[in-house]
Design a protein around this ligand. Structure first.
Ligand SMILES: [Zn+2]
Ligand SMILES: [Zn+2]
Length: 202
């Protein structure tokens, strides 16, 4: 079953992200899953935990309203193509893991061509890579959602809403810094860049 999100909305999503790419389509389909299966009445208070920071996150932010700035999009830097969605009202949700078989045959053809292109640019090489990337994108937009993602039960409840923490003044640069992001070093309270600068000198 092809993607059910209207083309006009997808075009706006591509404009938001800046280009059309396979990664974005993964995010579009994950957002479609959340919109159609977790937010059927439109009233869900969705929270997304993404385990990657690649292109697809932009689609999820644009299409679900889960955004980093609002605090209902949380990035866990695990480098996995997985997105968990929670409805805060009910505590229900799902972890969507991209099925490797959804792409592995195209990846197998794409990877050596991409490596060759990275080493030496040729117009033919670039065209071959573009064709394969388009194939991957077309497949992602037409696969049934259940063939694209493995829907797993959640291991834990939704993350707690962010607390407002006190700000401390960095003793090196004097800038206000959220307490949980400060470091102690040689008896001083420092922000992360100042801490890193001092630590590297030792
Ligand atoms: Zn992209
Ligand atoms: Zn500082």
């Amino acid at each position: 079953m092809s993607c059910s999100i209207p083309q006009e909305t997808i075009d706006q999503c591509i404009a938001f992200h800046g280009h059309s790419c396979p990664g974005l389509t993964i995010g579009i389909r994950a957002a479609e899953y959340a919109r159609t299966r977790l937010n059927q009445d439109g009233g869900a208070e969705l929270v997304c935990v993404t385990e990657t920071d690649m292109c697809g996150v932009d689609a999820i932010q644009f299409l679900t309203g889960c955004t980093v700035g609002k605090g209902n999009m949380i990035h866990r830097d695990y480098g996995k193509m997985a997105f968990s969605f929670f409805d805060r009202r009910t505590g229900e949700g799902v972890r969507l893991l991209l099925r490797p078989e959804s792409r592995q045959d195209i990846d197998a053809a794409l990877a050596p061509r991409q490596r060759a292109l990275d080493e030496q640019y040729t117009p033919e090489g670039a065209a071959a890579v573009a064709v394969l990337r388009q194939q991957l994108q077309d497949r992602f937009m037409t696969l049934p959602l259940d063939a694209m993602f493995e829907a797993q039960p959640l291991q834990q409840g939704p993350p707690r809403p962010a607390k407002i923490l006190e700000s401390l003044t960095c003793e090196a640069c004097g800038e206000k810094t959220m307490e949980s992001r400060t470091r102690r070093f040689a008896g001083q309270t420092l922000c992360i860049p100042c801490f890193q600068a001092r630590e590297q000198k030792i």
